[in-house]
Design a protein around this ligand. Structure first.
Ligand SMILES: [Fe+2]
Length: 241
């Protein structure tokens, strides 16, 4: 089975469509989403419709819950907050209800999905340092956990007491190891690379790869400005930050 795992679409339709076109070429059979479908970008409704249409196993991001009212927008920076309030106005009560019902953690036989970390997932901690991964590894009842939230792709590996950061974003899983895969962001990358990020997991070969694809950034930026969203949200897409 070939799985496509994506995260942090943030209402960026152009980036999502580019990733899905690639997923078609990649013969992806099953889709997973690590949260933040909405917030920041100009097409939250359309992105939500696509994620739901593909029946992705999808968990809650902090922006999804803020838009649904389950998380207090007061905790967000002014730009994020403005985007959250704007997004609320674009969605129907039924769509808001879908976001509200998203769970913090979900899993299948092979993998776990969460937005930030498995410890206190409702607090949406960022996994910025290897020390932050310890608790999540301890709580994993599968060898594989996919996350998003930081918008920076990363693969963290644990073997017994040793935890390290992979120096490549293409790996083959080894028996006896656990893996936390931050798949990066489709719609607002923050690792200095403006290309949309997405992940492919082949259960047969046990291969996992985080890839990048160019998309129509200019169009996504134009729509953000036309919608009256903060200009900084358009500007940052050019630099991937
Ligand atoms: Fe996000």
């Amino acid at each position: 089975m070939r799985y496509g795992i994506l995260s942090d679409v943030h209402g960026n339709l152009e980036a999502l469509e580019a990733v899905l076109a690639l997923y078609q070429e990649e013969r992806i059979e099953n889709f997973f989403c690590c949260g933040d479908v909405v917030g920041y970008g100009a097409n939250p409704k359309e992105c939500l419709e696509i994620v739901r249409g593909l029946r992705m196993l999808c968990i809650a991001g902090n922006h999804d819950w803020a838009v649904s009212g389950r998380l207090n927008p007061a905790y967000f920076n002014p730009v994020a907050k403005e985007a959250i309030y704007w997004t609320q106005k674009q969605l129907t009560a039924e769509e808001i209800g879908f976001l509200n019902d998203l769970q913090l953690v979900d899993k299948n036989d092979q993998l776990i999905l969460t937005h930030g970390s498995l410890n206190e997932p409702e607090s949406f901690h960022y996994m910025m340092y290897l020390s932050h991964a310890v608790e999540t590894f301890r709580l994993m009842d599968r060898n594989l956990c996919f996350i998003g939230h930081s918008h920076v792709p990363q693969i963290i590996i644990r073997q017994k007491e040793k935890i390290w950061l992979s120096d490549t974003l293409k790996i083959t899983m080894e028996p006896g190891c656990q893996y936390i895969i931050n798949v990066g962001s489709v719609g607002q990358p923050r690792d200095g690379n403006p290309m949309a990020g997405y992940c492919v997991y082949d259960t047969k070969s046990q291969g996992i790869e985080i890839k990048r694809i160019t998309y129509d950034i200019k169009l996504a930026q134009k729509k953000i400005l036309q919608a009256g969203l903060p200009a900084s949200l358009a500007a940052r897409l050019s630099i991937g930050h």
